[in-house]
Design a binder for this molecule. Structure first.
Ligand code: NAD
Length: 258
C-alpha cells in the first residue's frame, strides 16, 4: 500500500537515494531540504524547523506513515549541533502527532560511526537537556579552543542517546511508533567528496573508520537499510543503532560490548 513519508536531506546523498527508492516503489515522499525539495526550510534554526513542520503537516494533511531525519552537516563548527541534533529532534517531535495518526507509523534518524568517537561532554549533556543555547555556547567554546572536530561526533552521539531515551516512552512506543537509527561508516556522497579528493585524508579516514567488509558504501546501501527500518515489516525493533559500516564499529569496539 502506498505510504506518505517525510525525508529530510532529500536533495543530496543518502536522503536523495532514499527518496528516489520510495518514490520508485509508489510512495509519496515529502522531501525537506534547504533547496530542491517539496518543503524548503533551514533546519539549523528554530524558525526554520517550525516552518518545516508546518509545511510538512499541511502537505500530508496531518497524517504521516514515516519520517526519516537524514539532513546533516559535518564541518568543525557549531552547525552539526544545530542541524544534526536540534534539527532532527525538533523535526521528529513536531511530526510525531502526524505519525501517531497513521496505522503503522515508523521513524528513523541517521546517526554515524562518529557517534562512537570522542565527544565534548558539555555539548552532549546540554543537547540531551534540550538546552540549545547552552549546547551552542559549549560548542562555540570547543570551536574556539581548537576542538571543533569533536562537534560532529557529539551531535551524533547525542542524537543516538536521545533516540534511545524517547523510543520507549508513551509518545513513541506507546503510540506504536518504532524509532531507530542507522549509523553509517564512510559513504560516498557530496558530504565526503572533498575527503576522497585528498589522498592523505583518505588515509586518515581509513584509520578512523576501518571498513573491512566491502569498503566504502554508496548512498543506496544506507537508504536500503533505512527503507527496512521504516517499513511495515518492522513491528518490534526500536531504540537500535544499526551500524551499516563495513565492520567499522565491530573493529573499533570489539567483542567486549556483549
Ligand atoms: N556520507 C557519510 O560518509 C556519512 C557517514 C555517516 C553519517 N552520515 C550522515 O548521513 C546524513 C546524510 O549525509 P550525506 O552524506 O547524504 O550528505 P549530503 O551532504 O550529500 O546531504 C545532506 C543533505 O542535508 C541537507 N541539509 C544540510 N543542512 C541543512 C539544513 N540546515 N536544513 C535543511 N537541510 C539541510 C543538505 O542540503 C543536503 O541535501 C547526514 O546526517 C550525515 O551526517 C553520512
Amino acid at each position: 500500500m502506498a505510504r506518505t513519508i517525510a525525508v529530510s536531506g532529500s536533495a543530496s546523498g543518502i536522503g536523495e537515494a532514499l527518496a528516489g527508492m520510495l518514490r520508485d516503489a509508489g510512495d509519496t515522499v515529502i522531501g525537506i531540504d534547504l533547496r530542491d525539495a517539496d518543503v524548503r526550510a533551514d533546519l539549523s534554526v528554530p524558525e526554520g524547523r517550525a516552518s518545516a513542520v508546518a509545511q510538512t503537516l499541511e502537505r500530508c494533511g496531518g497524517r504521516l506513515d514515516a519520517v526519516v531525519a537524514c539532513a546533516g552537516v559535518s564541518d568543525f563548527t557549531v552547525m552539526p549541533v544545530k542541524v544534526n541534533f536540534f534539527g532532527a529532534v525538533e523535526l521528529l517531535d513536531g511530526l510525531r502527532p502526524a505519525l501517531a495518526a497513521a496505522g503503522a507509523p515508523r521513524a528513523a534518524v541517521v546517526g554515524s560511526i562518529s557517534g562512537t568517537h570522542p565527544v565534548d561532554d558539555d555539548v552532549v549533556r546540554a543537547c540531551l537537556a534540550g538546552d540549545e543555547p547552552a549546547a551552542l555556547a559549549a560548542a562555540e567554546k570547543a570551536e574556539r579552543g581548537g576542538a571543533g572536530g569533536l562537534l560532529y561526533p557529539s551531535s551524533k552521539a547525542a542524537l543516538a542517546q536521545w533516540m534511545r531515551r524517547v523510543c520507549v516512552t508513551p509518545g513513541w512506543a506507546g503510540a506504536g511508533i518504532p524509532l531507530n537509527a542507522i549509523a553509517p561508516g564512510v559513504v560516498r556522497t557530496p558530504m565526503t567528496a572533498p575527503l576522497f579528493a585528498d589522498e592523505a585524508m583518505v588515509q586518515v579516514m581509513n584509520e578512523a573508520v576501518p571498513m573491512p567488509l566491502n569498503g566504502h558504501a554508496g548512498p543506496e546501501v544506507i537508504a536500503e537499510a533505512l527503507r527496512w527500518l521504516i517499513s511495515p515489516a518492522n513491528t518490534h525493533m526500536t531504540g537500535q543503532v544499526v551500524y551499516v559500516d563495513g565492520g567499522a564499529e565491530a573493529t573499533l569496539r570489539g567483542a567486549g560490548l556483549f
